[in-house]
Design a protein around this ligand. Structure first.
Ligand code: IVH
Length: 663
């Protein structure tokens, strides 16, 4: 006999765990920490291990870990799972509404709008408040018994906590893969060298049909319940909206985005709102389901074939389409990157014709196993550049060809290089015309030299007319040369001359950015706090800057910019802000200085944008040593930190960064 106090404790633990599970997974409002939850779970597991007779199927410990099943048993659905008729625009929706009005013989009827979650439908059967079976939709009449797998979904209650519930009933809902979890799963797969899954919906379906529930359990699926299938024994509300509220009270997870609408204007507003906001959700939705609220009206409207007349799916414009990958082109970016892109058979996706899509880089093409000639799934979500999601491998004929990165730059014919450890391949030729036009456009863009009114068209016109071969050439352009360009009036020419002149005084940081040195963009964009975290400059960036200026042509560009009056002098004349020569550098002063006190020295360092501290670490950029320096000097020598004498330090203070080269 098991001690009654053990029985009591086990029951208590289960009750608490069910409750916290519900708070966490259904309400998104946990009241205890994860660690506290884990402790309760551990205690229950230990007790059940001790007293195996106490284990029940609805115990929270039983969600995971049951042995793999032998395939799935078939399940007949007592009430068929229906599908929905689709409408694709406001006119079609209005037609549905008119027909409904006629059938109901009334002008208005209340509707419930819900998001059409893109997952897979399941039916959950409860008896005496316990989950006894969970099945897939299958063909609507017969599905598969995936109870063990559904039990691993934390937001599906195993035992209900409401007192009043029908003796036997079935709820229906959509199981889906939350985007964040899906992305994490794919990252893990890629890290393990496995191909990523193409989309959350199919992966959710595949996960539910795993023979081993432990795999399902590891997939972090979730559910929104959207209907009551049937209910025996116990009163239920007489409309859909209240039914959902009741299910929520019983412990089911319902979608908070649902709304009651009185007319088509309200339905349309709901549709537009979610069309706009759907990307913010952590799950995919492909439309809005509009349902007649009153259940007696639903009854009256009935079902035709497999589709109820009391509900309709108002679909969002498709964001994915299948089309042909005709070829893979290469764009040369301004830093010389070879950017592959997909040339597609034109296809309409959500109202826009898509002919091209980004392919990121060589590895990405390989990872997706895209071949030229493939039928591919293309996605265009909101403002995002169209993406090639996956190939349809089953439609291959054997004629498809694998992609190879060219060995030479398609624009200039010079050899290209893919540095070890990098995903991108580069054209190293600074004279590359494709690279140069991008560089010029970047050079004059906002945030760089910001030459107002000089867009892509003018940049290309300058290059075509032979006016600009290097970025510095824009400062040599004359008014006459501008006027000789097609469609250039006097006023535009004057404005442009003014804009070019104004760009001479951009801060040094903008000039560096404008020059498009690889990796430097990040310095420019980093906040002061980011920079302060990194005393000095990392080896990669340092190397990139050094390599850039080792090249004669780049040095010349800088010389010529200086001659043209571009404000490079800021290096030697630090003011506040980004131009400060010691910005991001951490210095330590030790020992006795003769010309100034230690705190004066530290103040000067701070004025120049640096920070001063007292302990020498790997992050220290320089140690300034006066007389009688002690352990800090030894520490700096051990760590290989550069040492400045007082004389060198004073020179640095006087001449800014320029002095650093001579120390
Ligand atoms: S109601 C008539 N409500 O859409 C009852 N279905 O095309 C039909 N779905 O198989 C279901 N979200 O998998 C309903 N809020 C929602 C839904 C929804 C997604 C799916 C469900 C169904 C399919 C019908």
């Amino acid at each position: 006999m098991v001690d009654p106090s053990v029985n009591e404790r086990v029951a208590q633990l289960r009750k608490e765990l069910h409750y916290h599970n519900y708070r966490y997974h259904v309400l998104d409002a946990p009241v205890i920490s994860d660690a506290q939850y884990d402790n309760l779970m551990r205690e229950l597991r230990e007790m059940e291990a001790h007293y195996p007779t106490l284990v029940t199927p609805d115990s929270p410990t039983q969600r995971v870990g049951a042995a793999p099943a032998e395939g799935f048993a078939e399940v007949a659905h007592p009430v068929p799972l229906l599908s929905l008729d689709n409408v694709f625009n406001a006119d079609e929706l209005a037609a549905w509404c008119r027909r409904t009005q006629q059938l109901l013989e009334r002008d208005s009827f209340e509707m419930v709008c819900e998001l059409k979650v893109d997952g897979l439908a399941v039916a959950l059967t409860y008896e005496g408040g316990r989950l006894v079976r969970g099945a897939t939709r299958g063909d609507g009449l017969r599905g598969e018994d995936v109870t063990l797998n559904l039990r691993t979904i934390r937001s599906i209650p195993l035992a209900l906590h409401a007192a009043s519930q029908p003796e036997r009933f079935e709820v229906r809902g959509e199981v889906y893969f939350p985007r964040a979890g899906f992305q994490k799963l794919n990252e893990e797969r890629v890290a393990a060298g496995e191909p990523p899954y193409a989309n959350p919906r199919n992966t959710a379906a595949g996960s539910l049909r795993q023979l081993d529930p432990r795999i399902t359990a590891a997939r972090a699926l979730d559910i929104y319940v959207y209907a009551l299938g049937y209910a025996e024994g116990g009163p239920m509300p007489d409309n859909h909206w209240e039914t959902m509220a009741h299910l929520r009270e019983m412990g089911f997870r319902t979608n908070p985005a649902s709304a009651i609408c009185q007319n088509l204007t309200e339905v349309e507003a709901y549709f537009q709102r979610w069309l706009h906001d759907k990307e913010r959700l952590d799950y995919g939705v492909d439309g809005v389901v509009v349902k007649v609220n009153r259940l007696d009206y639903q009854q009256h409207l009935g079902v035709v074939g497999r589709e109820p007349r009391w509900a309709v799916a108002y679909k969002f414009p498709a964001i994915q389409q299948v089309t042909r990958l005709i070829s893979i082109g290469i764009n040369v970016g301004r830093t010389g990157t070879l950017n592959p892109f997909a040339v597609l058979e034109p296809v309409n996706i959500g109202g826009a014709t898509v002919k091209m899509a980004t392919l990121h880089n060589e590895d990405d093409i390989r990872r997706k196993d895209l071949r030229i000639g493939d039928w591919v799934v293309v996605e265009r979500a909101g403002e995002v550049i169209p993406q090639v999601v996956a190939p349809l491998a089953s439609r291959r004929t054997g004629e498809e060809q694998e992609f190879r990165m060219p060995q030479r730059c398609p624009a200039c014919g010079e050899p290209v290089l893919r540095p070890p450890g990098e995903a991108m391949t580069y054209c190293l030729n600074n004279g590359c015309p494709a690279q140069f036009s991008r560089l010029l456009m970047h050079f004059v863009s906002r945030g760089a030299m910001d030459v107002e009114g000089m867009g892509e068209k003018l940049a290309l016109a300058f290059i075509d007319a032979g006016l600009v071969k290097e970025v510095a050439d824009i400062y040599a352009i004359t008014r006459e040369q501008l006027l000789a360009l097609e469609r250039m009036g006097e006023k535009s020419a004057d404005n442009l001359m003014g804009a070019i002149a104004a760009s001479r005084s951009r801060p040094l940081a903008s000039v560096l950015y404008a020059l498009g040195i690889r990796h430097v963009d990040r310095i420019r964009d980093a906040s002061e706090a980011d920079l302060a975290e990194v005393p000095g400059i990392g080896p990669k960036i340092a190397q990139s800057i050094a390599a850039h200026f080792q090249r004669e042509v780049n040095r010349r560009v800088l010389d010529r910019l200086e001659q043209a009056g571009v404000g490079l002098a800021e290096v030697a004349a630090p003011k506040e802000g980004r131009g400060t020569p010691l910005a991001g550098l951490h210095l330590v002063v030790t020992g006795r200085l003769s010309a100034l006190s230690r705190s004066q020295a530290e103040d000067r360092i701070k004025e120049l944008g640096g920070s001063a501290g007292s302990s020498v670490t790997k992050k220290t950029a320089y140690l300034v040593v006066g007389e009688d320096a002690g352990s800090k000097l030894a520490q700096a020598q051990k760590l290989g930190i550069p040492i400045l004498s007082e004389e060198q330090f004073v020179r640095l203070l006087e001449s800014g960064v320029a002095g650093l080269g001579q120390v």
